[in-house]
Write a protein that binds this ligand. Structure first.
Ligand SMILES: [Zn+2]
Length: 288
């Protein structure tokens, strides 16, 4: 009897596992069918151009995230190939209709010189003890491209900035406008010692209005700023901030152990281009 119960218990567990598996498989089938339908639609090429759309999650590869919201021609694929061509790519091609379709993207226009000698956690800490407070640029630390990629594509911030600029453009009549922004982000997943750093920026450009659409173009200047300080995190505990300006000299002497805080800075520029609906409710680009 005991044996029977044990065996039937095992059997019902197997049945449960099998039922769960079947649900998973049918979900997978649905997802595949959806992908196939999207790709089939793209392959009929109902338009000469398409807008690249990613799934917008953190699994999107950086090179495809860089294509998001951009206009491409079926006749000349970007270096990445068309959406869905690359192995495992979940991106899609949205048929482009002039004056109706929305698009928004930024293209790097400043060079990014990176020292071949890339600083890691130890090198940043060494500069704290030996650098006598001299500021360093992201390029000097070999992390310029890494940080910009992390900000734009891992944190997906270019999508936010695009939406913010478009939202701002909705408030302006046709003509030039500026839009400054500033935010603090955790860069520790990129490099632990960086902690939180500030990225600020300013858009300068123009908006035109035609029927239901806004057409926006301009440039965005970005500034990355971080103060490397308080490597032990003690000041953070004592006075609630690691900001050296908020600490007394005595506390600084106690917490820095002979090191000197220093600034890490970086600047880069992008060109910005968007076509978006005047009506935020009907638009995929909105910000509140
Ligand atoms: Zn993709």
């Amino acid at each position: 009897m005991e044996l029977f119960i044990a065996r039937s218990g095992k059997l019902s567990q197997l049945k449960c596992d099998y039922a769960a598996l079947r649900v998973q498989v049918s979900l997978l089938k649905l997802e595949l069918a959806y992908d196939r339908a999207l790709k089939a639609e793209a392959q009929t090429h109902s338009t000469t151009h398409y807008i690249w759309r990613t799934r917008g999650d953190n699994k999107v590869r950086a090179s495809h995230a860089a294509n998001n919201g951009k206009l491409f021609s079926w006749d000349s694929p970007p270096p990445t190939g068309h959406p869905g061509e690359d192995y495992g790519c979940r991106c899609t091609a949205e048929p482009y209709a002039r004056g109706k379709s929305e698009l928004a993207y930024q293209t790097l226009i400043s060079g990014m010189q990176d020292s071949p000698n890339k600083w890691g956690n130890v090198a940043f800490s060494r500069h704290f003890y030996l650098g006598e407070g001299a500021a360093v640029t992201l390029g000097e630390t070999g992390n310029f491209k890494g940080i910009v990629d992390f900000y734009f594509y891992r944190l997906g911030k270019y999508n936010d900035v695009n939406a913010q600029i478009i939202e701002e453009a909705r408030k302006h009549p046709a003509g030039s406008f500026e839009y400054p922004f500033r935010n603090s982000y955790a860069f520790s997943p990129y490099l632990f010692v960086l902690g939180d750093a500030t990225v600020s920026g300013k858009f300068r450009g123009f908006v035109q209005r035609q029927d239901e659409m806004l057409s926006i173009s301009g440039t965005v200047e970005y500034v990355f700023e971080d103060i490397f300080t308080d490597p032990s995190g003690e000041r953070q505990e004592v006075i609630g901030t690691s900001d050296p300006a908020a600490a007394t000299q005595e506390l600084l002497d106690d917490t820095e152990y002979g090191g000197t805080y220093y600034a890490i800075v970086g600047e880069w520029q992008t060109s910005f281009r968007a076509e978006a609906k005047v009506d935020a409710k009907a638009s995929r680009y909105k910000w509140d």
